[in-house]
Write a protein that binds this ligand. Structure first.
Ligand SMILES: C=CC1=C(C)c2cc3[nH]c(cc4nc(cc5[nH]c(cc1n2)c(C)c5CCC(=O)O)C(CCC(=O)O)=C4C)c(C)c3C=C
Ligand code: FE2
Length: 544
């Protein structure tokens, strides 16, 4: 329902995805781009440039996934088409000449974008005397056990992670404080078991350095910066360095292959607010690469890693390839239009297609891990799927972390320890895990190509203050999505239709919701009266 409402509120089938997804043009802020933005809801000029991203998605929607043995998987693919068609109804109706036209434009344009052949010439045109910077965005992680609670506080303070109804927004920070204090001991255990902190900073720094070298090797001298959302080096710190270094052209590259409101969306929204406040940044030319899961180099690098790990099994052809992606709450996808699930499914299709070209036709399945809190998340869940596969007699399983490009707590602890243990208990005999890409050379080289290919789209200087202060695309879209999500949140359907008694998933969900309400009531009481046990513990005075 939410998506249909959302689709109705959008000015055109293309405007939504076009700006949200992985089109360089769509995510570029600059003179010509600004001319196309809609102000006050009235469409201005027709888009002169094509929209490549969904053109990449659509043809692959029809890919048959018969090699994937999971019934759920096939069901998910069927749903994918309908979700996309709800967002972009015109694209799915061949009778619409408009849609045919935009499809063709998109497709040829995406091909042009995704090939690097024509790039060197255009790159040299773009660079001139410019100082090019690349800003890598990532989540960040606690470096010591003492960092865990403040890191969690930053994470739960993010309205793109916990979406409180508008009237309860003032409780965001007290609630974040409460949840982070309650969750910290469990999280600390996890971080302690992987060496006392997250390796994310070190790995991201190394990826940045390798990317810089790869760009240099391709004759594009650039400085690479790392900006984390919830821990050091914070995005704000990276921006300070960018200003100090006098960067004139900036490519923003979130290190998440697939776009989600909760990850790239959150980082880009923060960036937008920083840009708005700063005269230097308002005038700096930049472009965003919102997602890049469909790039050939990335797909090939993933396929290489899978092929290598498969070969370690005694009977490689009998191994179930088990893609495990980080989950998001279902409402992000169904109510707010987060493209994350569609992009994830397409990504799996592309990797399997690449493997098939190499003669690898193993069955595969996709599930979602790491759910937190009382609402329903994307299904199937990784833990439940592992148990089901075991029950169905699967003996060999190769886990592929698909939404991450670095090792971190959810690969090193959740997959390597928890899911492995569960798999072995469930009857799976041979377990393998594909490493995260890290600094894998094909991958880094492809990221460098993505940066180079985006350079011609770095926006021209905005022509007026009004335009300069427009949203960084796709942030306009993200804000629309989040606004839609906000207004729908109170009306979300219950995550399960049938009430079940006992300690079931249903009961867990409702218990969680009841607990959330109780916590909210408690916080309202404490904030309004200034009394209560949170004040006694010294938690709330921080915010008074
Ligand atoms: C694509 C990747 C990720 C998505 C989507 C995502 C959504 C999401 N995450 C939480 C809650 C937590 N995430 C935590 C850590 C964490 N999450 C990701 C990636 C995605 N999150 C990373 C890379 C990390 C960092 C891991 C590290 O090594 O430090 C945590 C903290 C860890 C823990 O306590 O489990 C939480 C909590 C939500 C609620 C969400 C979507 C709304
Ligand atoms: Fe997360």
């Amino acid at each position: 329902m939410g998506i249909e409402v959302l689709a109705l509120s959008l000015p055109s089938p293309s405007s939504h995805w076009e700006r949200l997804s992985s089109s360089h043009q769509a995510s570029t802020r600059g003179g010509s781009e600004m001319g196309n933005l809609e102000v006050g809801g009235a469409p201005k000029l027709a888009q002169p440039r094509a929209l490549p991203t969904r053109a990449v998605l659509l043809p692959t929607c029809s890919i048959q996934t018969s090699k994937c043995s999971s019934g759920r998987q096939i069901e998910a693919y069927a749903r994918k088409s309908s979700v996309v068609s709800k967002i972009y109804p015109a694209w799915f109706h061949p009778s619409s000449s408009d849609s045919r036209h935009s499809f063709q434009r998109c497709f040829s344009s995406s091909e042009a974008l995704l090939t690097s052949k024509s790039q060197p010439a255009s790159t040299s045109l773009v660079l001139g005397n410019e100082k090019v910077g690349v800003l890598l965005l990532n989540l960040g992680g606690p470096e010591t056990l003492d960092d865990v609670q403040p890191f969690l506080f930053n994470l739960f303070s993010d309205p793109d992670i916990i979406r409180l109804p508008r009237m309860f927004r003032f409780l965001q920070k007290p609630l974040a404080q409460f949840i982070s204090v309650v969750r910290a001991p469990k999280s600390k255990e996890g971080y302690a078991s992987i060496g006392g902190g997250s390796p994310l900073r070190q790995i991201t720094d190394a990826q940045g350095e390798e990317l810089r070298k790869a760009l240099c090797d391709k004759n594009v001298p650039a400085k690479v910066y790392v900006g984390m959302r919830y821990w050091h080096p914070f995005t704000e710190e990276a921006i300070e360095l960018i200003k100090q270094d006098g960067i004139t052209k900036l490519v923003v590259l979130p290190l998440y292959p697939q776009f989600s409101i909760s990850t790239s969306g959150s980082s880009l929204r923060l960036l937008e607010s920083i840009f708005r406040e700063d005269e230097y940044l308002v005038n700096m030319q930049h472009t965003v690469i919102p997602s890049w899961y469909q790039r050939e180099g990335y797909i090939k690098a993933m396929a290489n890693l899978i092929e290598k790990e498969l070969s370690k099994f005694a009977t490689p052809q009998k191994v179930m390839i088990f893609f495990s992606a980080h989950g998001v709450p279902l409402a992000y996808v169904e109510e707010a239009g987060d493209p994350y699930k569609a992009e994830m499914e397409e990504c799996v299709d592309l990797i399997m297609e690449e493997l098939e070209k190499r003669g690898i036709t193993n069955p595969c399945t996709l599930a979602y891990q790491s759910r937190v809190g009382p609402v329903e998340w994307l299904k199937p869940y990784t833990d439940e799927t592992i148990v089901e596969l075991g029950q169905k007699g699967v003996k060999n399983l190769l886990a592929v972390p698909i939404s991450f490009v670095s090792e971190h707590i959810e690969t090193l602890e959740e997959i390597d320890v928890e899911y492995k243990e569960l798999a072995l208990k469930s009857g799976i005999e041979n377990w393998g895990r594909v490493p995260a890409l890290g600094c894998e050379p094909t991958f880094i080289s492809d990221l460098a190509d993505a940066v180079i290919e985006s350079l011609p789209y770095v926006g021209a200087m905005a022509v007026s203050n009004l335009e300069a202060r427009q949203s960084l695309v796709p942030l306009g879209s993200v804000e629309e999505l989040l606004a839609a999500y906000d207004s729908k949140r109170g009306e979300l359907p219950p995550p399960v239709t049938v009430w079940e008694w006992g300690w079931t998933k249903s009961a867990e969900t409702w218990n969680g919701r009841a607990a959330m309400l109780a916590v909210l009531a408690l916080l309202v009481f404490e904030v309004t009266t200034g009394e209560g046990f949170l004040h006694q513990w010294g938690v709330l005075p921080l915010f008074r």
